[in-house]
Design a protein around this ligand. Structure first.
Ligand SMILES: *[C@@H]1O[C@H](CO)[C@@H](O)[C@H](O)[C@H]1NC(C)=O
Ligand SMILES: *[C@@H]1O[C@H](CO)[C@@H](O)[C@H](O)[C@H]1NC(C)=O
Ligand SMILES: *[C@@H]1O[C@H](CO)[C@@H](O)[C@H](O)[C@H]1NC(C)=O
Ligand SMILES: *[C@@H]1O[C@H](CO)[C@@H](O)[C@H](O)[C@H]1NC(C)=O
Ligand SMILES: *[C@@H]1O[C@H](CO)[C@@H](O)[C@H](O)[C@H]1NC(C)=O
Ligand SMILES: *[C@@H]1O[C@H](CO)[C@@H](O)[C@H](O)[C@H]1NC(C)=O
Ligand SMILES: *[C@@H]1O[C@H](CO)[C@@H](O)[C@H](O)[C@H]1NC(C)=O
Ligand SMILES: *[C@@H]1O[C@H](CO)[C@@H](O)[C@H](O)[C@H]1NC(C)=O
Ligand SMILES: *[C@@H]1O[C@H](CO)[C@@H](O)[C@H](O)[C@H]1NC(C)=O
Ligand SMILES: *[C@@H]1O[C@H](CO)[C@@H](O)[C@H](O)[C@H]1NC(C)=O
Length: 501
């Protein structure tokens, strides 16, 4: 009996990591919101869909964002913000309320798959460390009560700086100061089938090494054999910093006798721009790092210690966060700007469809929100007049008549002009009332120029060739009988031929 129990224990003990070898790793994206011009949740979700991003991590549990993600099938990891940790760690009722408000209100429509209780707690708010594990247990207890514990994992995101002596990885261990927290924490992760969540930043390891780590090793670039790092204790070969840090985490856990907790990388990335004293924060390096990281993760390469075991990873981050304080690099970790324009085009040939397609050529020109109505009207007048946009799609009864507002009509005209000008630099400005977006403004029958729904020649021939003289074509005549204020103004302009811009 004892023998069988032991065998069962060993089997269960080994199961998760072995099982992970059969699971595909995923790449997700962190969504930070410190942008002066933060896109609304609908726009964020449109970008995620366009880029086929299937996994995201939020730094909170924002209700509007979770609502926008509902029905998309996108897997969502939410977070308990650090400033709520003390309260939750001290009261199971507070934890239960948090779960009710932020989780139960959104599942199952929104596919929430994990809750991260705090971010880098041990290194950023060590005073909350004593309640970290109880906070995780209280959140988990509330999930059990709601029968969601098998679907939603509970963990916390650690800075990799809690792991000391990471090279060679076989010698790594958790900073002893934190052993009283790490041991019960790992017991919790093990008993609940959860993951060790770790932020892995080869960029910082490289910068802090002051030359000891070659840039190529940080960027997953091939190294000459004599430069390859070999762990003399295990004889494992390391070809990149990322794998070394993940293996250091496995070794640090096994040092405490935990050998079956998989690792998920909650943050990894590279800044595309920096101060003069951050010379390696460049577009090229950011592109190389993230492209290679995605290929490495999706290939299920695993690490030298656990080949083939998935190390799912969330890239830091979706948007450049221009409102973050600190060095220039702090604001430049994003894959996209606030308009959803890629900062650089990843090199992902052969790695599936996620983030694989350049959206540079799938942009639209729209009216800015909250701009002066008269300025907007003037720009619309110009586009439909001297700008030679065919505005017949906006006459009453036509596909783009509704909604009959200056902003909607201006958006159509701006986009038509922008695409006729082949989306050239500066052709989506209109004295500052227009802006570029990746969100297709098409709606219903109204298919916008440049939309995937059309191939440039606008549907049913209403999109005129640039060489055509739309001002004298019959398409301008229906404007007279039209009661739309914006379209009447266009007609007036057509008659007077005033060049407004
Ligand atoms: C939600 O995510 C889980 C875990 O990835 C997956 O197994 C499940 O099919 C998803 N459910 C929906 C409705 O997409
Ligand atoms: C909180 O813990 C107490 C004592 O263990 C228990 O009686 C109570 O049911 C728990 N409350 C919730 C909301 O889980
Ligand atoms: C270990 O953690 C403690 C507490 O945060 C910190 O003071 C100490 O510097 C850390 N040790 C090392 C070697 O980083
Ligand atoms: C790990 O297990 C070994 C062998 O059972 C034991 O000697 C050691 O004390 C354990 N270490 C910890 C940190 O529990
Ligand atoms: C993909 O994995 C195979 C082994 O599974 C490995 O030989 C190959 O080098 C990996 N490719 C990349 C780009 O990591
Ligand atoms: C990316 O482009 C390829 C080839 O043009 C196409 O087959 C694939 O569907 C595209 N993926 C996305 C996400 O648009
Ligand atoms: C985008 O369009 C421009 C101009 O038509 C073209 O030169 C460029 O190659 C296109 N880029 C991609 C990635 O298709
Ligand atoms: C665009 O689509 C229309 C209708 O589907 C088709 O008749 C036309 O040939 C297409 N034009 C190009 C350039 O592909
Ligand atoms: C285009 O015209 C055809 C025939 O007039 C019509 O049946 C069809 O609905 C129109 N398509 C759109 C998108 O308006
Ligand atoms: C301009 O309009 C006139 C009158 O409709 C027409 O005869 C002429 O062919 C048009 N020119 C072009 C370039 O379309």
């Amino acid at each position: 009996m004892a023998y069988w129990r032991l065998m069962a224990a060993v089997f269960i003990h080994l199961l998760p990591l072995a099982a992970m070898a059969d699971q595909d790793a995923f790449v997700g994206v962190n969504i930070g919101t410190a942008l002066s011009d933060m896109p609304n949740p609908t726009q964020v979700v449109a970008l995620l869909k366009a880029q086929q991003i299937r996994h995201v991590r939020l730094y909170d549990a924002d209700s509007a964002m979770l609502t926008a993600l509902s029905g998309t099938g996108i897997r969502v990891t939410v977070s308990v913000p650090n400033n709520q940790l003390l309260a939750i760690g001290q009261s199971n009722a507070t934890a239960a309320n948090w779960v009710t408000r932020n989780i139960l209100n959104h599942v199952p429509a929104t596919n929430i798959t994990a809750i991260l209780v705090g971010s880098q707690v041990l290194t950023t708010i060590p005073n909350a460390a004593p309640v970290l594990v109880s906070a995780m247990k209280y959140i988990h207890a509330a999930l059990i009560a709601a029968r969601l514990d098998s679907h939603i994992k509970v963990s916390t995101a650690h800075s990799s700086s809690i792991i000391l002596d990471s090279f060679p990885p076989s010698q790594a261990f958790f900073n002893r100061t934190w052993e009283p927290v790490m041991v019960p924490l790992l017991e919790f992760l093990q008993s609940t089938g959860s993951y060790l969540m770790l932020n892995v930043y080869p960029y910082y390891d490289y910068v802090q090494s002051q030359g000891a780590i070659p840039l190529d090793y940080a960027l997953f670039r091939p190294l000459p054999p004599n430069k390859e790092a070999i762990d003399s204790n295990t004889l494992l070969h390391y070809t990149n910093v990322f794998d070394a840090v993940v293996d250091a985490a496995y070794f640090a856990m096994s040092y405490l006798n935990f050998t079956n907790i998989p690792v998920v990388v909650t943050e990894s990335g590279w800044p595309s721009k920096g101060d003069s004293d951050e010379p390696d924060a460049t577009l090229d390096n950011a592109n190389t790092y993230n492209s290679n990281l995605i290929k490495h993760v999706l290939n299920n390469t695993g690490t030298p210690k656990h080949p083939g075991v998935a190390v799912s990873t969330f890239i830091y981050e979706l948007y450049n966060e221009d409102s973050r304080s600190g060095a220039v690099s702090e604001k430049n970790w994003g894959l996209f700007d606030a308009n959803g324009m890629p900062i650089y085009v990843l090199h992902l040939t052969g790695s599936g469809s996620m983030l694989a397609n350049d959206t540079t050529n799938q942009t639209y020109c729209v009216a800015r929100e909250g701009v002066d109505r008269k300025m907007l009207q003037a720009a619309l007048d110009w586009a439909c007049g001297p700008g030679k946009v065919d505005c017949s799609a906006m006459v009453q009864g036509a596909a783009c008549y509704e909604p009959d507002t200056v902003a909607a009509h201006a958006t159509y005209a701006f986009d038509a002009y922008y695409h006729r000008m082949a989306m050239a630099e500066g052709t989506c400005d209109f004295n500052g009332v227009a802006t570029v977006t990746t969100t297709d403004p098409s709606h219903g029958r109204c298919i916008f120029p440049g939309s995937k729904g059309s191939n440039g020649t606008f549907i049913n021939g209403t999109f005129l060739d640039p060489s055509s003289n739309s001002t004298s074509s019959s398409s301008s005549l229906p404007f007279i009988t039209h009661d739309s204020v914006s379209i009447m103004r266009i007609f007036m302009v057509l008659l007077s031929s005033v060049v407004l811009l």
